[in-house]
Design a protein around this ligand. Structure first.
Ligand SMILES: Cc1ncc(COP(=O)(O)O)c(C=O)c1O
Length: 375
């Protein structure tokens, strides 16, 4: 079968795909149906952090598949409770709601914020991306994504990212929550200034809104710390996670502090698959590997090396751990040329490349990538 023709015929055309059919992966490399090998600096969009088909994860998931695949939240299951306990240690948050994706984690966060505060208004930022479902889309900045689907959740205001005066004007007593990516991912890797976060915390004191940290892309070591919030020493009221959490097995999570959790009761939210034993086992195995192989430290160290090397050749290189953005004159062409030369990279605009490789990447693989990118 011609797979690409089949995709065009049978799959709803919501994606722009690269013209390769990827069949298998191992470590930092993937292989297409023609047997061509690619060094993968996309990692399923910041997801396959412990590398493709990690053997330990495969074994743990296989054991769980043989034991119990699914039972729903009508019953207690061990992996879900073990995962929540582990997350409480690494996030510092108090209680956890499990779902299946980043956008679902944001939906949960918005609902919990309204329930906990009794207020309606959300404030987000220029450049922020929080997902594609109606609630998450409402707090996503890009007009092109939002406009065809209006009316969305209201009221929502967007303050200018890193502009202290503007956030000061946009929040008030009616604000339920401010939602933020501490390091913006889909915008092209732009971190918040420490002073900016400090002033949001002061405004939180003044008005009593909740701070939702969207760590869907930045979580689990991506930025050289466990979470982006750790660069700012902030404890958010609500925090969202997904992507790298299960190394590619779909799982998401909305974490809350004690005060929010006290306002949430049975029936406020739910999910058939959320916290599924196989997905939770994948997350537990992922965290195990990150800890055992010191991948948070590797992300910081190799990320710094990668950023330094990129600065020799490219403009506006911004790197926080292994989340790196830089400018090129034609990003679409750059992605295409890299692909032709055995390298997967991805662009967030027509000028910006965003790299989010597996956290296991070595300096040798970085050199290999630089050689292809500078060709
Ligand atoms: C910060 C952030 N939040 C939410 C999402 C949505 O996640 P998902 O695609 O799993 O729904 C993304 C996806 O890119 C993201 O980067």
């Amino acid at each position: 079968m011609d797979w690409i023709k089949g995709e065009k015929k049978f799959i709803l055309q919501t994606y722009t795909r690269q013209p390769v059919v990827i069949e298998k992966g191992e470590g930092c490399y993937v292989y297409d149906t023609e047997g061509r090998k690619y060094l993968d600096l996309v990692a399923g969009i910041a997801t396959v952090s412990i590398g493709h088909s990690n053997r330990y994860l495969v074994e743990r998931v296989r054991e769980q598949l043989e034991k119990l695949i699914h039972i729903s939240n009508l019953y207690y299951t061990i992996p879900q409770i073990e995962l929540a306990e582990k997350l409480s240690q690494i996030t510092g948050m108090d209680k956890f709601f499990f779902c299946n994706s980043g956008t679902e984690a944001v939906e949960a966060a918005l609902k919990f914020a309204r329930k906990a505060t009794g207020k309606k208004k959300f404030v987000s930022f220029t450049g922020d991306f929080h997902g594609r479902t109606m609630g998450a889309l409402s707090v996503t900045y890009k007009e092109k994504f939002r406009k065809p689907f209006m009316p969305l959740v209201e009221p929502v205001e967007f303050a200018e990212f890193n502009n202290i005066d503007d956030i000061d004007k946009k929040v008030d007593e009616e604000t339920a929550a401010v939602i933020i990516e501490f390091i913006q991912g889909e915008a092209g890797v732009y971190p918040a200034d420490a002073e900016f976060i400090k002033s949001i915390l002061e405004l939180r004191e003044k008005y009593g809104f909740l701070l939702i940290a969207d760590e869907v892309q930045t979580g689990f070591g991506r930025t050289g710390k466990w979470f982006a919030k750790d660069h700012y020493s902030v404890k958010p009221d609500i925090m969202t996670m997904a992507k790298a959490m299960g190394s590619g097995i779909p799982i998401g999570c909305c974490a809350v502090n004690e005060e929010v959790s006290e306002k949430i009761e049975a029936g406020d939210h739910g999910s058939t698959f959320g916290g599924n034993p196989v997905a939770c086992t994948a997350a537990l195995a992922t965290i195990d590997v990150i800890e055992r192989e010191n991948l948070v430290e590797n992300s910081a160290r190799v990320g710094e090396y990668f950023t330094k090397r990129l600065r020799e050749y490219f403009e506006n290189v911004i790197g926080v751990g292994l989340m790196i953005g830089f400018d090129v004159s034609d990003a679409v062409e750059f992605v295409k040329k890299c692909l032709e030369n055995g390298l997967l990279v991805n662009n967030t605009s027509d000028k910006r490349i965003r790299l989010v490789p597996p956290l296991i990447i070595t300096e040798k693989e970085v050199d290999e990538a630089i050689e292809i990118m500078t060709k």
